[in-house]
Design a protein around this ligand. Structure first.
Ligand SMILES: [Zn+2]
Length: 341
């Protein structure tokens, strides 16, 4: 069967690999239908996998599919059912797994598509504990935007930043997959949303998503505008994933007791922090990585209730290597989803 593999740094190619055998006890055989593109794919292409891995490596971290067959003892899943596959190989035994916080697993064996073989292939076998049913009303393209996109935002906003109705949030890069999701999730609970974008075309699209104020960061300093928009108070929450380019301004944009939550740093990994402002303003900074299985379930429920992902485009998996360059150049608004031929 076909798989899209990373052969060496920056080199993707389709390869023929052996199809999996019938699923064993507790396992599920899934036919992959859609794979979406993420910045973590770019980090993987650049060789930024912070653990041992062997190449060639099948890529694809975030995907949806249909159950092909189930092994003995699998309950609640049946052939033909739409599902997503949780990409983290959690242990199921540690203190965090016991609390259903799988993204803090102390014995994680890797993330599919990054450290170990991923989902850009026709068939894969996974334990039923990592296979999550997709509710009615959610398409396979939408479901391919859950584990890395919707559920990451769900974890950031609600587990970590504890965003509440009526609060004001600054969402960076509102045209990105997670940025556009954060705008929609925050608006859905009645927050005021300020967002940054890199072009006027993206500004219009962000306003159409419901953002109350959009700042083109190439034309003005966002932190000054945020101060003016909030009567010099600052925002309750900053949704960070840009890093050094925005970090100092993000901290300056917070009100007293404000919360910053970050899940990434696409502009680099070192940034200086004004510690005086951190303690004097009693700021709280949350690091957030990935999502739990429950975050995925909650995200699917939100999609079923009408909070849908922003899809930039759907492509054929053959176009993945070209489309990933659009992501690298930020020439994208929302998610690019690759469907299997
Ligand atoms: Zn664990």
């Amino acid at each position: 069967m076909r798989a899209l593999q990373l052969l060496e740094e920056e080199k993707l190619a389709f390869q023929d690999i052996e199809a999996p055998a019938a699923p064993g006890p507790g396992d599920v055989l899934v036919r992959i239908k859609a794979v979406s593109l993420n910045h973590i794919d770019l980090f993987g292409l650049r060789g930024m996998a912070f653990a041992k891995r062997t190449l060639p490596l099948t890529v694809g971290v975030e995907a949806s599919g249909v159950v092909e067959s189930i092994g003995d003892g699998v309950e609640g899943l049946s052939p033909g059912q739409s599902v997503i596959v949780y990409p983290g190989l959690f242990c199921g035994d540690c203190r965090w797994c016991a609390k259903s916080q799988e993204n803090l697993c102390e014995n994680i064996a890797g993330i599919m598509g990054f450290h170990v073989d991923g989902m850009a292939r026709e068939l894969l076998v996974a334990p039923a504990s990592r296979v999550i049913p997709v509710p009615n009303g959610v398409s396979l393209v939408q479901a391919a935007c859950v584990t890395v996109t919707f559920a990451t935002v769900q974890h950031m906003l609600f587990d970590n930043a504890k965003l509440e109705a009526g609060e004001t949030i600054l969402v960076h890069a509102g045209g990105s997959g997670i940025g556009s999701t954060a705008i929609k999730m925050a608006k859905a609970i009645g927050c005021k949303v300020i967002t940054t974008v890199g072009s006027d075309a993206k500004a219009e699209k962000a306003l159409a998503l419901g953002a109350d104020h959009v700042i083109n960061y190439t034309e003005e300093r966002f932190e000054g505008r945020v101060r003016r928009l909030t009567g010099k108070q600052g925002v309750d929450v900053v949704f960070e994933h840009v890093g050094p380019d925005t970090w100092a301004g993000s901290l300056l944009s917070l009100r007293k007791g404000g919360r910053l939550v970050t899940c990434g740093s696409t502009s680099g990994i070192q940034a200086s922090t004004n510690l005086y402002s951190v303690f004097q303003q009693q700021l709280r900074i949350f690091g957030s990585f990935g999502s739990s299985v429950q975050n995925c379930v909650d995200s699917l429920d939100k999609m079923a209730a009408g909070i849908t992902p922003v899809i930039d485009s759907t492509i054929n998996l053959d176009e993945f290597p070209v489309a990933i360059e659009r992501l690298r150049s930020r020439d994208v608004f929302g998610k690019i989803v690759a469907e299997m031929a």
